[in-house]
Write a protein that binds this ligand. Structure first.
Ligand code: AMP
Length: 111
């Protein structure tokens, strides 16, 4: 069981700022920007490359949640979404999550 499943099950605490029947949004414990949130599906999908056709609507929902939360906290004009897929790309928790970062300048290309 991953750490994020334990957060979903409320077995370990997290600063949850949004939740619905499909998803959960909480603050990253090691923020890389003044605003750093994680948007996760309740469904335990390991990584983006494991997303099934039947998950397409769910994944779209996560993007909608990102915009909705960004509007609610007033960062809708400038934020970055990041998804790391696989350990070599920086994934450390194997439950799909979208990082929402805001509040500082962002370089392009990304590191
Ligand atoms: P990634 O490296 O893309 O898999 O992202 C995993 C993220 O989860 C990292 O940014 C961590 O700081 C974050 N993280 C790890 N444990 C926790 C926790 N208990 N609560 C909130 N965020 C966490």
């Amino acid at each position: 069981m991953t750490l994020f499943q334990k957060i979903i099950d409320k077995e370990i605490p997290a600063k949850i700022i949004y939740e619905d029947d499909l998803s959960l949004v909480f603050e990253d414990i090691n923020p890389q920007a003044p605003t750093h949130l994680l948007i996760i599906p309740r469904k335990p999908i390991v990584k983006i490359s494991d997303v099934l056709e039947e998950d397409k609507e769910l994944m779209g929902h996560l993007i909608w949640v990102a915009g909705e939360v960004a509007r609610k906290i007033g960062v809708e004009d400038a934020f970055r979404l990041v998804v790391n897929n696989g350990a070599k790309a920086g994934q450390s928790v194997f439950h799909v999550h979208v990082h929402l970062l805001s509040g500082r300048p962002f370089l392009w290309p990304p590191g």
